[in-house]
Design a protein around this ligand. Structure first.
Ligand code: IDP
Ligand code: MG
Length: 145
């Protein structure tokens, strides 16, 4: 019998720039068109403790304070997506962190740009490892289990 591994899950955020620009549907469309499944969805104002946990790895970096301020500047959309390889798969859909360098065809490359601020506004967040995904899903969807 062929063995199948469990599909993995990733935490996706449509950041306040993407939400405010009305790009949530476009991001979700690309996720679904790729074939990943939406497991949970929410529109929310990020609490300070959620952002502190979510971006703990970046504390002390020059862009940390502007990043937290940006992520607190308006509503965001949070999603849990599922599918084999969806953690690196969504990172590939998102493109490079810097929206100027992100390739056309990617979310950040097609929809993002440099607005001249001290933090890169780049539309989306996606978990970068299975450990990050588990930690981040627990931050944004503690009841998902
Ligand atoms: P990622 O979102 O592609 O995983 P990270 O290195 O985890 O990138 O950084 C988190 C977020 O912090 C980025 O998405 C971006 O918004 C912002 N950021 C990262 N590096 C810089 C930088 O060098 N200057 C300004 N903002 C940055
Ligand atoms: Mg990251």
């Amino acid at each position: 019998m062929t063995e199948h591994t469990q599909p993995e899950r990733s935490l996706v955020l449509v950041k306040p720039d993407g939400y405010q620009r009305g790009l949530t549907g476009e991001v979700l469309r690309r996720i679904e068109a790729k074939g990943y499944t939406l497991v949970a969805l929410a529109v929310t104002d990020a609490r300070p403790d959620q952002l502190a946990d979510h971006y703990a790895e970046h504390e002390g970096k020059p862009f940390y304070e502007p990043l937290v301020e940006f992520m607190s500047s308006g509503r965001l959309a949070a999603a849990v997506i599922e599918g084999h390889g969806c953690i690196p798969g969504f990172r590939a859909l998102a493109g490079a962190t810097d929206p100027t360098a992100a390739l056309p065809g990617t979310i950040r490359g097609d929809l993002g740009r440099d607005w001249g601020g001290s933090v890169q506004q780049n539309i989306v967040h996606g978990s970068d490892s299975t450990e990050s995904a588990a930690r981040e899903i627990d931050i944004w969807f503690p009841d998902l289990g």
